[in-house]
Design a protein around this ligand. Structure first.
Ligand SMILES: [Zn+2]
Length: 413
């Protein structure tokens, strides 16, 4: 009797467990989340543009091993959150705000670039159990297999080389595998998309820079450069070119985004556009907030070293702006609309992810690196296949890296 009762109770428990399980699996939202989680874990997830080194440069006591609150700390990337976001690899920018184009300015740029290379190398070398330095897709695959995170290096703003072509090789040797030719102002290489016309595209020196980058196997990044400079890169680069953090101008008309004509030409050349997640490039900004931020930026230009006192002043001013004119963020859905647009235009082989975290990037639903999985979720929800999602995460960008190496090998033979 007792045994029958026990059996009865047990089967009752099993039945209710099965019912819960069934309800769980049949919930479409849960099913999509489970599928997205599996794809996210299987893919080699790569972010091609992160400004963490700039943050670390201005905050020498920043602890990468500690999880930070993105809303109160102003930081969007650290190792615990990289893990939570399921990220396998990121390109960290040796970023320089544009400074004087004088011999002193160039010397200063080089000094600061070398300091930032040290910071990037430290991200891996100071945490050898978590991360390793990578310069090739094969490195990233091997590191993922070993359960480690890949630290790739890039240069943002060719001002870092001044007028010295030989510095490209120096930076390549230090691991840089792409260089963004300029930032928000013109430099000696080319015009910026957010400055007035000076060279009318690439300068003669800029053409030499592109050729030297091709010879080395360093990828030309067209994010930030003017449309004329973009078309010159299409003409002069022997290897595919990339936009490591830009979106589609057809969906939001901003000079930092690429027109359909530009995206088509870049795709035809075998390149890839990596989606930026900076709200100002995705939707209209509150004009009062934009004005206040611009004034603050003029007072404390990005990438310029500040004293402790200036840093505190800047942080207080930023807090006041945030309180007075809260930022209205773009959404992850808007970002994925840009992916849809590019896929419709040129196919799935020419789009990727470059959110610009710690450089102003981060949208509603993908605010910091811990939320990267939401990108995969949104792609699965919109019907992208596992193969397509893997291409978007790294397959496309890695294809360009390999092609740049092939062009370089051919150049020297
Ligand atoms: Zn940038």
């Amino acid at each position: 009797m007792k045994r029958i009762a026990t059996r009865f109770i047990l089967s009752g428990i099993m039945l209710s467990a099965l019912t819960v399980l069934f309800q769980h699996c049949s919930d479409p939202e849960t099913k999509i989340r489970a599928e997205a989680d599996a794809i996210h874990a299987a893919a080699l997830t790569l972010d091609t543009h992160c400004d963490l080194p700039m943050l670390m440069h201005s905050r020498p006591d920043f602890d990468l091993a500690e999880a930070h609150d993105p809303h109160t700390s102003g930081s969007k990337v650290d190792f615990p959150r990289i893990k939570k976001g399921g990220m396998d690899a990121m390109f960290f920018a040796v970023y320089l705000g544009q400074g004087p184009r004088t011999p002193e300015g160039y010397a200063d740029a080089k000094r600061r670039a070398l300091e930032l290379f040290d910071i990037v190398h430290g991200i891996a070398n100071d945490h050898p159990d978590i991360a390793g330095l990578a310069t090739t897709p094969e490195d990233a695959v091997a590191l993922k297999r070993a359960g480690k995170f890949s630290v790739f290096t890039a240069v943002e703003n060719g001002w870092a080389i001044g007028k010295d072509l030989s510095l490209l090789e120096t930076y390549y040797e230090l691991g840089a595998r792409y260089m963004t030719l300029c930032h928000t102002s013109n430099n000696d290489i080319c015009d910026s998309s957010t400055d007035s016309v000076e060279h009318g595209g690439l300068s003669p020196f800029g053409i030499d820079v592109v050729r030297e980058m091709n010879r080395l196997g360093m990828i030309v990044d067209v994010s930030h450069i003017s449309d004329d400079a973009f078309w010159d890169c299409i003409e002069y680069s022997a290897a595919p070119i990339v936009a490591t953090h830009s979106s589609a101008r057809a969906l939001y008309d901003h000079p930092r985004n690429l027109s359909d004509e530009m995206i088509s030409a870049l795709a035809q050349k075998g390149g890839v556009v990596q989606m930026n997640m900076l709200s100002g490039y995705l939707k209209d900004r509150n004009p009062e907030r934009a004005e206040a931020l611009q004034a603050l930026r003029a007072k404390y230009p990005r990438g310029v070293e500040l004293t402790e006192e200036q840093r505190a002043e800047r942080a207080a001013a930023l807090k006041e702006i945030d309180e007075r004119y809260p930022e209205e963020l773009a959404t992850l859905q808007q970002v994925v609309d840009h992916i849809d647009h590019i896929v419709k235009l040129v196919g799935v082989d020419h789009v990727g992810i470059g959110p610009d975290l710690d450089g102003g990037g981060g949208v509603e639903g993908m605010f910091d690196v811990s939320e990267m999985g939401n990108i995969t979720y949104e792609l699965v929800k919109r019907g992208y296949s596992e193969d397509d999602i893997k291409k978007i995460w790294s397959g496309n960008f890695f294809r360009v890296m390999k092609e740049a190496q092939r062009v370089a090998a051919e150049w020297s033979s």
